[in-house]
Design a protein around this ligand. Structure first.
Ligand code: AMP
Length: 277
């Protein structure tokens, strides 16, 4: 497995490849969710490049950029065992040269949900992902459904800017008790880890209500909120029942619907979602 630290190294490596290339963009501190994307890329592509870059432009000033968990040695071992061909591991100055100030500005799809709570977040995501696409020139790029709005923003960017990349989306990988795997789960204390199951429990409640015939999103949301509020360590950022492609809140539950939420467990902010299709 090649470890590439500079843009020049990545460009040279890419220039020498024949056949299809898959890119898996990550911020590292890898878990089974990330590795599911890597494995899919290895199955579908001749070469798999994984990027590990904690991207400062997608973090707000009061967010956890400095504390974001990092363990490069462990990540490299996991990727080597999984069979990745190359890892792109740039520093911040490598990705953002002094004076670089051109950004990708996503449209209205980035204004709701995560974008409403984290202004500028998707501008940072879209900018770094387009840069990674331009550098690695993948045929396919792999993303997780866990970050549903990120998928929607990137799909829209790829369509609107005619980016020649196929976006592949993989299902959310969960712990045995339903908690979606996330690098940020490492912040949770034992008590908080237990409380964090309330996210998935509330998604399952919504799924059950809708399966039983409930079509009023106000009622679905309220039942989810009531359940989450039984958990003293949880505080809700948002609970949403939205159209899965426009992300607009529904007035009547029709499929495909994206049921998503962001909840703080203690000081850790977690997101999760399910799609009813
Ligand atoms: P991150 O390192 O958090 O930026 O995530 C890198 C990629 O892995 C993104 O496309 C995420 O959506 C995806 N991902 C993160 N957690 C999971 C999970 N539990 N299941 C599937 N994909 C995931």
């Amino acid at each position: 497995m090649r470890v590439l630290k500079t843009i020049g190294e990545l460009r040279d490596y890419r220039g020498g490849l024949k056949g299809s290339v898959g890119l898996v963009p990550t911020m590292g501190f890898l878990h089974e969710g990330h590795l599911s994307l890597v494995r899919r890329s290895i199955i579908e592509c001749d070469h798999t490049v994984v990027s590990i870059f904690v991207n400062p432009t997608q973090f707000g000033p009061a967010e956890d950029f400095n504390n974001y968990p990092r363990d490069t040695e462990r990540d490299l071992g996991l990727l080597e065992s999984a069979g990745a061909n190359a890892v792109f591991l740039p520093g911040v100055e490598e990705m953002y040269a002094p004076g670089a100030d051109t950004l990708v500005l996503p449209g209205r799809i980035a204004d709701r949900l995560e974008g409403a709570v984290r202004p500028g977040h998707f501008k940072g995501v879209a900018t770094v992902v387009l840069k990674l696409f331009n550098l690695a020139q993948p045929h396919r790029a792999y993303f997780g459904q866990k970050d549903a709005q990120q998928v929607a923003v990137i799909r829209k960017m790829v369509a609107d800017l005619n980016v020649p990349v196929e976006v592949v989306v993989m299902p959310t990988v969960r712990e045995a008790d339903g908690l979606a795997m996330s690098s940020r789960n490492s912040y949770l204390t034992t008590e908080e880890r237990q409380a964090a199951t309330v996210l998935y429990r509330s998604l399952r409640l919504a799924e059950d209500l809708i399966a039983a015939g409930e079509r009023d999103p106000v009622i679905v949301r309220q039942r989810m909120i009531d359940l989450i509020n039984t958990e003293p360590l949880a505080s809700i950022d948002y609970v949403s029942v939205a159209d899965a492609s426009s992300l607009e809140e529904l007035t009547f539950v029709a499929k495909p619907a994206l049921i998503s939420l962001a909840v703080r467990i203690g000081r850790t902010r977690l997101i999760d979602n399910i799609i009813l299709s």
